[in-house]
Design a protein around this ligand. Structure first.
Ligand code: IVH
Length: 713
């Protein structure tokens, strides 16, 4: 790599440009041209140059999305013009009234005659959080919430992490520009976040809207960064030279913006993500037709909408119409009726998740709502049930939040006949009989059984699920049968299954058994990120798992990572780091990983990233040191080094630290107060099986690796 500061500066600029372009292709256009790994490599190179020459670190650099330290508090931002809200229309008649009003106002204003058709733009009404973004000389300088319409909260640090919002605008952008749009959380991200929160015993977000708001209103930008927020921009609030709300003429100096339709196109040209679902309508009839089409289609969107926004297209007409105190006369929100249904609660059962979280679930008389039949709904936790006063036998109103997740809205208590029963959280786990406890101050009750079959089963279901190892054709039912028959006791067991093991299950044919063996085999070389996610470490979601895989390149390097190394990764906060350290401290987990490896699962194929350079092809880290390719187990403690340091040392020398002893182990290092691993090693040596196993004391170990006593290392 070049070291000439001038060349480095030029290289940094080229990297920034490339990253901006690829970020835009990926996040806004959804048309990536390079792989994630290539993108990350460019990002790392830029970060390295900026670390070496901090003066090259520009505020709009793609490295700076999660750059800043936590904000001290929320400042306030005075909006350049009031952020108006909208009047609502709840029916097609309301829309026709709106059209009539617009014509009559325009007639009074001396504009077009009342007989002429008005052209409209219909846009989706995104159910998120209104935000504004201010750009000066093409650079993003400030983000704010709507607040009371005149003054909002400064959320610059959080909004910067929203990858679809450009940090820099292309040449020719107005020197000062403030845009308005909606920041939101896609439905899948919301569901995932709530699942993680449920397992962590944290309070759940009621809907994606609240989740987006809760994420943006955080002082630590890493929280927003980890939550996959997205944006759609739909209005120029202010641009240099034009200071009237709705004056969108100055967006592009070369082109006069005369309509909302053009304004959206200009915003898109400036690099903003503009919702592609919009319709130019020649009259109100077309608007109504478009609204109708969305009340059915809305469930298929990956984000929530609560209606459509209808805007008069002509900006001249918008200006002539003006605004009332709180809302413009040129626009209206068409609100969908909420999709609700009533049904009866037949029972309330509890389900035990992989972390032991016990979730009450309502069993409902099946009912159709928003296009599908609903027969159960999560009630989240005891507090929620008490709060809504839901009893077994009650008639309840249910709705699909965002038309996706069924939830119980309320109980129709006036319909009670007297036989309804309140829900009692069971004291013992329905699956293992262990005590269920609810820690002080937490919303979630948990099964305390260390060997709870439900937790095991759910853990395996997670392990094989699509986002994790993705073992095709291995559903909950087969997993349950494998567990019941003792063929496996956890997910590692899947990689030790033989054809006969599977074939011997009830209702399992030759072909299905063969398919399953092949499906399992295909996942042995899965990318490391999938494996890390599959382990089900608390707080480590898919995104964090991917970041960790890229940074550490192997499960053993990850296991040996220190708190500081972990938290040096943007987006990995103390909570995730603590959780990882706790996971890798557990002998049982190390043993689990060891059994995965012995079952042929690859735990380290990705190139390490970050600080150290990746080993060149054909020269993997494992072939470099005196412990290359050797499996090393430590039992007891060494006088000079902590466990984690020893593991780092082993990894650094090309070895593989392991938590348990088998005949495949190469060295067992015996420190002070050795444990049962020493007995196991002696047993193996005494048994006469073929093995390379050697037992070493501290000194022998340090001699082997050529480091004297190891003191003062
Ligand atoms: S136009 C003066 N367009 O819906 C223009 N609003 O009360 C007013 N919203 O919180 C806004 N999608 O932020 C407009 N395509 C869209 C929108 C939209 C969502 C929000 C808006 C406000 C609420 C309307």
């Amino acid at each position: 790599m070049t070291q000439d500061p001038k060349e480095e500066a030029a290289r940094a600029e080229r990297l920034r440009e490339a990253l901006r372009r690829h970020g835009y292709l990926y996040h806004v256009l959804d048309r990536p041209e390079i792989s994630d790994a290539e993108y990350d490599a460019l990002m790392r190179e830029l970060a390295t140059i900026e670390d070496r020459y901090p003066e090259l670190r520009t505020p709009d650099s793609p490295t700076q999305r999660v750059g800043g330290p936590p904000a001290a508090g929320f400042g306030t931002v005075r909006h350049p013009v009031s952020l108006l809200s909208l009047d609502n229309a709840f029916s097609e008649d309301d829309l026709r009234d709106f059209d009539r009003r617009v014509r009559s106002w325009l007639g009074e204003a001396g504009g077009s005659g009342a007989g002429e058709e008005i052209e409209f733009v219909a846009e989706l009404k995104i159910d998120g959080l209104t935000v504004t973004a201010r750009y000066e000389n093409g650079l993003f300088v400030q983000g704010a919430t709507r607040g009371d319409g005149d003054t909002g909260e400064d959320i610059t640090h959080s909004l910067k992490t929203v990858r679809t919002l450009p940090l820099r605008l292309p040449e020719g952008a107005p020197p000062a520009l403030v845009v308005r749009g909606e920041c939101f959380m896609p439905v899948v991200s919301f569901q995932k976040l709530n699942r993680e929160r449920e397992e962590a015993g944290e309070e759940l977000f009621a809907n994606p809207r609240n989740a987006a708001a809760g994420s943006l209103r955080q002082l630590d930008p890493r929280i927003a960064a980890a939550r996959n927020l997205d944006s759609f921009i739909y209005q120029v609030l202010y641009s240099e030279g034009g200071e009237v709300a709705g004056d969108q003429r100055q967006v592009e100096s070369q082109r006069q913006v005369e309509s909302q339709w053009q304004a959206l196109e200009c915003l898109s040209d400036l690099g903003f993500k503009v919702n592609p679902e919009r319709r130019f309508c020649r009259d109100i009839g077309e608007v109504i037709e478009y609204c109708r089409s969305w009340s059915e289609k809305r469930a298929s969107l990956p984000y929530e909408i609560d209606g459509l926004v209808i805007k008069v297209n002509s900006i001249a007409a918008q200006e002539a119409l003006g605004a009332r105190a709180k809302s413009p006369r040129w626009a209206i929100a068409f609100k969908f009726p909420a999709e609700q249904a009533t049904t009866r609660v037949i029972d309330i059962i509890v389900q035990v998740g992989r972390t032991g979280a016990v979730t009450p679930t309502a069993i409902l008389e099946p009912v159709r709502v928003a296009g599908s039949t609903v027969s159960r709904a999560t009630l989240h936790n005891e507090d929620m049930i008490r709060q809504k006063d839901i009893r077994i036998g009650d008639t309840v109103v249910i709705q699909k939040a965002g038309d996706v997740i069924p939830e119980v809205v309320r109980s129709l208590t006036e319909l009670r006949a007297g036989a309804e029963r309140p829900f009692e959280m069971p004291v013992r786990c329905p699956e293992c009989g262990s005590e269920i406890v609810r820690p002080e101050g937490e919303a979630v009750a948990r099964c305390t059984g260390p060997a709870c079959p439900a937790q095991r089963r759910e853990g395996i279901i997670h392990f094989v699920s699509r986002g994790a190892m993705n073992i095709e054709g291995l559903g909950p039912e087969i997993i349950a049968r494998l567990l019941e028959t003792g063929k496996i006791r956890d997910a590692a067991g899947l990689y030790h299954l033989t054809y006969d093991d599977i074939r011997s299950l009830d209702r399992m044919g030759d072909k299905s058994a063969q398919n399953l063996i092949e499906a399992v085999d295909k996942t042995r070389r899965n990318p490391l990120g999938r494996l890390i996610f599959a382990l089900g470490i608390r707080h480590v979601g898919e995104r964090a798992a991917g970041l960790l895989a890229r940074r550490f390149g192997s499960l053993h390097r990850l296991a040996a990572a220190t708190f500081d190394e972990l938290t040096s990764i943007p987006e990995i906060g103390p909570r995730i780091a603590e959780s990882l350290l706790a996971y890798f401290r557990e002998e049982a987990n190390l043993d689990f990983i060891d059994r995965l490896e012995r079952g042929g699962v690859v735990t380290g194929e990705e190139a390490p990233a970050g600080g150290e350079p990746a080993p060149a092809a054909g020269e993997s880290a494992a072939s470099a040191g005196p412990l290359s390719g050797k499996t090393v187990v430590l039992t007891g403690t060494l006088a000079s080094l902590g466990r984690r340091e020893v593991e780092e040392l082993i990894t650094g020398l090309g070895g593989r630290p392991s938590g348990s002893v088998s005949k495949k182990t190469d060295y067992v290092i015996v420190g002070e107060n050795p444990g049962s691993k020493l007995d196991k090693a002696r047993e193996i040596l005494a048994s006469g099986v073929k093995t390379n196993l050697q037992i070493l004391n501290q000194d022998e170990f340090f001699e082997l690796i050529g480091r004297g006593t190891g003191l003062g290392l």
